[in-house]
Design a protein around this ligand. Structure first.
Ligand SMILES: [Zn+2]
Ligand SMILES: [Zn+2]
Length: 255
């Protein structure tokens, strides 16, 4: 299983900052922020499944444009997986014919460009040997993390989140998870803003993950533009032997 980071920044700004989009092999996206716009049209057409952590624009902006770009190029619908509150919000607020067309009815409801697949927290979907488990996180209503595995090896992608102790207990009890891609958006000086917007700062993240084995590598994403180095320095200073580093756009991992 190959993981390609198409976008992992907490905001836009220049060629090195694209918002959240991770590609698994050639056919799965985890979130579809502006990072999805890095793919040429033939590679966009190869995407068969998108798993959304939540409906914030920095995670779905690329989805709106992706379905338009691949219209007429696939003989079957792109499947978008998310929890019921997230699907409902996107149908009501984005794919509503006002802000953007409803591509689940284009060109027809019988043969659409995209289709929704509601996923419950705790549910696992198998996509040709890659197992994808949806787990609850605290951020917006219905927000999810995804645990991905091929055979026994895999990783956790938290999406945006703040304190969710049960997530770390679940991951600690899951063999083969060597890497955790986790939100840390703000420096400690903005801890109150992190709490208000339901993100982590270094102090709240390191407090939350105490039950996670030290051998599990933390790959930090969603760093706010211009504050990347300050946040990472605070994390390194307080990491107490835990492996912590920033995830970078265009990185590739094999599991
Ligand atoms: Zn968010
Ligand atoms: Zn976000």
């Amino acid at each position: 299983m190959k993981l390609h980071v198409l976008g992992c920044a907490g905001g836009i700004g220049g060629r090195e900052r694209f918002t959240t989009c991770l590609r698994v092999d050639s056919d799965i996206l985890l979130d579809a922020g502006t990072g999805a716009m890095n793919l040429p049209v033939d590679e966009l057409s190869a995407i068969d499944h998108v798993f959304l952590t939540h409906a914030h624009l920095d995670h779905v902006a690329g989805l709106a444009l992706l379905v338009d770009a691949v219209r007429g190029r696939k003989g079957y619908p792109l499947v978008v997986h998310a929890t019921e509150p997230v699907v409902r919000l996107l149908k009501e607020s984005l794919f509503n014919w006002r802000l953007w067309p409803d591509f689940s009815e284009i060109p027809s409801a019988e043969n659409p460009v995209m289709t929704w697949q509601v996923m419950a927290h705790g549910e696992t979907v198998d996509v040709n040997g890659r197992s994808i488990t949806c787990l609850p996180v605290t951020h917006t209503e219905g927000s999810s993390a995804y645990l991905l595995r091929h055979n026994i090896e895999g990783f956790l992608f938290t999406g945006d989140m703040c304190s969710t102790p049960e997530l770390w207990r679940t991951v600690s009890a899951s063999p083969g998870i060597s890497k955790v891609i986790v939100d840390c958006s703000f420096p400690n000086a903005e801890a109150s803003l992190a709490d208000l917007s339901r993100h982590f700062c270094p102090a709240s993240l390191l407090r939350d993950v105490v039950s996670l084995p030290l051998s599990t590598e933390l790959l930090i994403y969603h760093l706010k533009p211009g504050q990347e180095e300050a946040i990472m320095q605070e994390l390194r200073n307080a990491s107490q032997g835990r492996s912590v580093r920033a995830l970078a756009c265009d990185e590739v991992f094999e599991f």
